[in-house]
Ligand binder design. Structure first.
Ligand code: TXA
Ligand code: MG
Length: 371
């Protein structure tokens, strides 16, 4: 390949399906247990350039040797991911970051506070990191995961591991080994089954490459906590469509089920009323309806809708840990439309990440005003 491709940002569903069909290197995907033997096997596969999905505290990642360009390229093929969407490099310890990136004082402060953990830092890269990993950018995203299985694999393999979320491009990130297999069985060498991932949404991404630290993606660490440590406000992402793409994970139509999802935004009362109305209207039109339901909405939903409870409004840890699983469960039911309303306060904590993922998973958003 002659340098990173600058593909257009919008990738149609048809194009993704085509990429997936064109993939013909069918292989046996092994499920490994997270014991010493399984970790040794995972490490051996990674060292020789293979692909292993592994649990982190956020979501399952699809790991490959980060300093091996062929291994990194294989990630894009397996996921059907555009080559200009850079990968996060995972390391066993904060001290290892110096082998792939330049850490200045603010980055070191964040590292000390939040690593190991669900924070990704975008830093100036060192020459050793191949352009396949960073999509030709002069920066590299790095993270030291807290999950003991991820840590063990990194430590035993003794390598930096590039790992995007282990889903097909555009689909909800996997929070269980079954989700990984549903998307990637036959396309990767192995999955280490470590059970459900505890946090359930991806890491927070902060870029420290220009004068002002920028939040590129809300995630497992609250933006306010990062601001407290930095002693300065984060520059927040411009709304999608308003400007050039900052982080490709910020594409609209990402994390999305295949069934169209309608997000009803508004105050809890107004949004709930409108959601009930939309559910009843879709049922009356003969459509099969699923709801990503807050616990308190269950009794108000019309009979005949398929309900998956996701948690109580504002119970962020539980909501985050269940959201992608609920979206995938409903998606498997062969429904015509899925409905959801905001799950938490979108301005703080994990609520910011939940709001962001719902917006990107939604095919349509309606905003209702209080009356
Ligand atoms: O929690 C997570 O972050 C999971 C686990 C496996 O670590 N990983 C994950 O990776 O969500 P992925 O590839 O699905 O999302 C990584 C995001 C992408 O949106 C990518 O564009 C952005 O990080 N990114 C990576 N390198 C970047 C860079 N140099 N500059 C800006 N954005 C970057
Ligand atoms: Mg992803």
């Amino acid at each position: 390949m002659s340098g990173p491709r600058r593909a257009p940002r919008a990738v149609s569903r048809g194009e993704i399906i085509n990429r997936v069909r064109n993939f013909d290197a069918a292989r046996q995907t092994r499920t490994l247990r997270p014991d010493a033997a399984g970790i040794d096997q995972a490490a051996a596969i990674l060292r020789r350039g293979g692909l292993v999905a592994l649990p982190t505290e956020t979501v399952y990642g699809l790991g490959a040797h980060a300093l091996n360009p062929d291994a990194a390229r294989a990630i894009f093929t397996a996921k059907g991911r555009p080559a200009d969407d850079p990968l996060i490099v995972h390391l066993a310890n904060a001290a290892d970051v110096a082998s792939v990136a330049r850490l200045d004082a603010p980055a070191a402060r964040l590292a000390e506070h939040f690593w190991p953990g669900p924070l990704t830092l975008v830093l100036p890269k060192l020459a050793v990191v191949p352009p396949e990993v960073t999509a030709g950018l002069p920066s590299v995203a790095v993270r030291v995961p807290a999950h003991p299985i991820a840590h063990e694999v990194l430590a035993v393999a003794g390598l930096p591991i590039a790992a995007p979320s282990a889903n097909l491009f555009g689909r909800p990130s996997p929070t269980r080994a079954e989700h990984v297999l549903a998307d990637l069985d036959g396309r990767i060498d192995a999955v280490l089954d470590g059970g459900p991932t505890p946090i359930g949404v991806e890491s927070t991404i902060v870029a420290l490459t220009d004068a002002r630290p920028r939040l590129l993606r809300a995630g497992g660490v609250a933006a306010e906590a990062i601001e407290d440590v930095l002693g300065e406000r984060l520059h927040l992402p411009a709304d999608v469509g308003a400007g050039p793409q900052v982080a490709p994970g910020m594409l609209p139509s990402h994390y999305a089920p295949r069934t169209p999802l309608l997000l009803v935004n508004g105050s809890p009362r107004a949004a709930r009323e409108r959601l009930m109305h939309e559910a009843a209207a879709a049922l009356a039109a003969g459509r099969r309806v699923g709801v990503v339901a807050l616990d308190e909405d269950r009794e108000h939903l019309p009979a005949g809708v398929v309900v998956e409870e996701v948690g109580a409004f504002g119970d962020e840890p539980r909501l985050a840990s269940r959201l992608y699983d609920v979206l995938r469960r409903l998606d498997a039911r062969g429904l015509d439309v899925l409905l959801v309303r905001p799950l938490a306060d979108p301005r703080r904590g994990l609520g910011r990440a939940l709001a962001d993922r719902l917006r990107r998973a939604a095919q349509r958003v309606i905003a209702v005003a209080d009356d």
